[in-house]
Design a protein around this ligand. Structure first.
Ligand SMILES: *Cc1c(COP(=O)(O)O)cnc(C)c1O
Length: 455
């Protein structure tokens, strides 16, 4: 133990009191409903009083914190006192976003999660996975669902596999628990799945896969971007770490790119050093994240906070619209197949139904999210013709937006992984991905109808 001077010890003692107050505040907020957490997070009357009475979280754009004296500086830099020090490491505005996300992701339980916000979803996926690949050994591998976001596919196959020699054991059919079990071996560092996946909306049994991973003393990491805590909370189902592209429906108005890593206490891993294992997102933030530097801008954190407050109601409306659009497309003669887990005919409908549900729904109504895909009869050219005829729906590689957008994954988000990579991920050339927005669904369907008329 370090021999702290009396002055430093006083700051450390004050830090303990701050942590006790914070713990009590977390406990109070855990009694509140989801929408209340989304609106307030841990910013309350007391914090407001310390911030000129501002009822909204202020934007702290200052890169650094002034210390009252050198003792406070020493205590803060030794991580012995809650402080933010420098915005690459932490920042008060970013902190309010992290608190809110951690509360939302553990809603309905007494689990206390830790959260680290990042500059993008890809930064979150990198920071959630890279520390597990320290101290490489021959045969070191990761197990991942092939039905994942194009950027994730490239991170794993290009950066990890091609550049660093990490083996990737792709799971082609994530519904099959046997396939996951066969892919995991004694050199596996972590198991990774996206639920539901972008763009195929593939689902998998989170509790079942977590059990397989834990039996080998390794963690399950879940990309829960498409579901968000408004529909599903993987940490409560057995996952160790959840990652989000916060850029999507959490920031539905589209004012910022952001990401988040959220971890349960005591991540299961025989490869991590103890401090990381015990409190992954916090220790990762204090150490490897500090050294890599993928921090979120406080301005962007504020943009996200503004949208996050309406997450549940937006998820509700956008999911209802997606369901209506899926039903319309299902009947349409120009459509070969519709990928939406809300449809009874979807092969994973039952698995999706068991795991996804609108939080705090008044009726026993199921919601399945705002994202769907559909394959146009007549191949790639027919799909392009439909895309090009859309008059209101934007052609953009984006999703979770208040505005409806559509893309052809094979020529956009999943172009760079090549045809073999797309076959592996199950992405046909005639597939259009649609993200339902907040417009009146009748107007969205009217646009699709006219675009499909001469398909
Ligand atoms: C968009 C997305 C990402 C990447 O997030 P960025 O914020 O764009 O870096 C990762 N996973 C999924 C499922 C996504 O949709």
């Amino acid at each position: 133990m370090t021999d702290w001077s009396e002055g430093v010890q006083r700051w450390i003692e004050q830090g303990r009191q701050m942590m006790d107050e914070r713990a009590a505040h977390i406990q109070r907020m855990k009694q509140c409903r989801f929408d209340t957490l989304a609106v307030h997070g841990l910013y309350g009357q007391q914090t407001a009083s310390q911030n000129q009475g501002s009822i909204l979280e202020p934007a702290y754009l200052s890169p650094s914190q002034h210390f009252a004296d050198s003792d406070q500086m020493e205590a803060a830099l030794a991580y012995q006192l809650p402080a933010w020090v420098y915005s690459r490491i932490h920042n008060p505005t970013v902190g309010w976003l992290e608190d809110t996300l951690a509360l939302m992701e553990t809603y309905g339980s007494d689990m206390e999660a830790a959260c680290c916000a990042t500059a993008s979803g890809m930064a979150a996926i990198f920071m959630a996975t890279n520390p597990f690949l320290a101290h490489p050994e021959p045969g070191m591998n990761i197990v991942a669902s092939a039905q994942c976001y194009g950027g994730t596919f490239m991170l794993f196959s290009e950066r990890y596999a091609r550049e660093r020699g990490v083996e990737i054991h792709w799971v082609k059919n994530p519904v099959s628990l046997e396939e996951w079990a066969d892919a995991i071996d004694d050199k596996t560092r972590f198991v990774y799945g996206e639920m539901p996946s972008n763009p195929g909306l593939a689902v998998f049994d989170i509790a079942g896969v977590a059990e397989l991973a834990h039996a080998k003393d390794i963690p399950l990491i879940v990309d829960s971007t498409i579901a968000t805590p408004a529909l599903m909370r993987p940490l409560l189902m057995g996952a160790d770490i959840v990652v989000h592209s916060v850029s999507k429906i959490m920031a539905a108005s589209g004012m910022a790119i952001a990401g988040a890593v959220i971890s349960r206490p005591e991540v299961v891993s025989r490869h991590l050093e103890d401090h990381l294992r015990e409190n992954y997102a916090l220790q990762m933030k204090l150490l490897p994240f500090r050294d890599h530097g993928p921090g979120l801008s406080p301005f962007n954190a504020l943009m996200v906070l503004n949208d996050l407050r309406a997450l549940r109601s937006r998820t509700d409306q956008m999911s209802r619209s997606a369901m209506a659009i899926a039903r319309f497309l299902e009947q349409h003669p120009a459509i070969e197949a519709v990928g939406y887990p809300g449809l009874e005919a979807h092969p994973s409908h039952a698995l999706a139904r068991a795991q996804m549900r609108l939080v705090d729904a008044e009726e026993d109504d199921q919601r399945y999210g705002y994202l769907l895909s559909f394959n146009v009869r007549g191949g790639a050219q027919a799909a392009r013709r439909v895309m090009d005829r859309l008059q209101m729906i934007y052609r953009a590689t984006d999703l979770g937006r208040v505005k409806t957008v559509a893309t052809i994954p094979a020529i956009s988000t999943h172009q760079q992984q090549g045809e073999a990579g797309r076959d592996l991920a199950g992405i046909p050339a005639n597939q259009i991905r649609l993200s339902a927005g907040m417009e009146d669904v009748r107007d969205i369907i009217a646009d699709l109808k006219q675009a499909l008329e001469t398909a």
